[in-house]
Ligand binder design. Structure first.
Ligand SMILES: C[S@@+](CC[C@H](N)C(=O)[O-])C[C@H]1O[C@@H](n2cnc3c(N)ncnc32)[C@H](O)[C@@H]1O
Ligand code: SF4
Length: 296
């Protein structure tokens, strides 16, 4: 048996590059966002790995690489599993991989609908330290058009539950998601939602549709107009300007971004805004990522 078995393709946040990826689920339990083609392949139909197989993989890792210190639970929303199953996985990690200091996973707001704060506290106590939430937008019209299946309110409730349970949160917002028509409300309402949630981490990605626009356009009745580079920067300026954060680590360094931004918000807000504004003033002068180097 391999140390761990994967059903490809496999995705993880950039910050989990050094983590052991444990694929306790395959695919995404929701899988309806029109911009996302990550789990479309036939072999990515949602399923949970059996508890027996998960335990066997953890034991196998413990024999070969006992010094693992971070584990990311894949795939698209491992938090869809029941509290009982998640506690089983976390218990196995704690028993067999004693050097693990951080366990993390992707999490959809809908994954938490039937989970109480007390149950989330149990997960935290068992080692779940961080979840990544694809908020994408705080604007209900944008969320509806991209079929995210969430609203400003449902997302905020989930983020508040996580906060109450002491689980750290990293939220992702998609630059350009509303197109030209909805750009302003997307920026303002996303900033409003993130400010209300005060997450530990915030990252922005630029919408990229490598599989074509057809499916995405359906939600906009064909009226979606993608933002050009300058318009993406203008949307980012409005977003950052409307953020009121106390202590959130902000990263806009995913390969999909033209403009790399890093800092702590609010402390670095003026500097980050100045960076965006200088990119708007002279898109050729600053160290922007060229089109050929962008990726997803
Ligand atoms: C692997 S997905 C899993 C996240 C999780 N299922 C969720 O929705 O919270 C991680 C993130 O990739 C980003 N993503 C997905 N499709 C994208 C696209 N076409 N362009 C840019 N970013 C995309 C979204 O921000 C999404 O939340
Ligand atoms: S963005 Fe997340 S919830 Fe939406 S389809 Fe992709 S993996 Fe699933």
């Amino acid at each position: 048996m391999n140390i761990v078995n994967y059903i490809e393709p496999l995705y993880r946040p950039p910050s989990e590059a050094r983590s052991l990826i444990l694929q306790i689920t395959n695919g995404c339990s929701y899988n309806q966002c029109t911009f996302c083609s990550m789990y479309r392949a036939p072999q990515k139909k949602f399923s949970a790995k059996s508890e027996q197989d998960v335990s066997a993989e953890i034991v196998s890792v413990s024999r070969r690489i006992p010094s693992v210190d971070r584990v990311f639970l894949a795939d698209g929303d491992a938090m869809a599993l029941s509290i009982r199953r998640l506690l089983h996985v976390l218990g196995c990690i704690r028993t067999h991989l004693s050097s693990v200091r951080r366990v993390s996973a992707y999490c959809l707001p809908r994954n938490l609908k039937n989970k109480t704060v007390d149950q989330l506290v149990q997960l935290r106590d068992a080692g779940l330290q961080l979840v990544y939430v694809g908020v994408e937008s705080g604007d209900d019209e944008v969320l509806e058009k991209v079929c995210k299946g969430e609203t400003y309110q449902s997302t905020l409730e989930a983020l508040n539950k996580l906060k109450a349970a002491g689980i750290s949160v990293s939220v992702m917002v998609l630059n350009g998601l509303g197109g030209r028509l909805l750009s302003t409300q997307h920026a303002v309402n996303s900033a409003r939602l993130v400010s209300a949630a005060q997450p530990q981490y915030l990252s922005t990605l630029v919408l990229s549709l490598p599989q074509g626009e057809a499916r995405f356009q359906q939600g906009f009745a064909g009226a979606y107009q993608p933002l050009n580079q300058l318009e993406l920067f203008a949307e980012m300026e409005l977003f950052v300007d409307n953020l009121h954060l106390d202590k959130t680590i902000f990263r806009s360094d995913h390969a999909s971004n033209y403009l790399v931004l890093k800092g702590v918000l609010g402390r670095d807000k003026a500097r980050l805004l100045a960076q965006v504004r200088s990119a708007i003033a002279d898109p050729n002068a600053t160290g922007l990522r060229p089109e050929w180097a962008r990726g997803f």
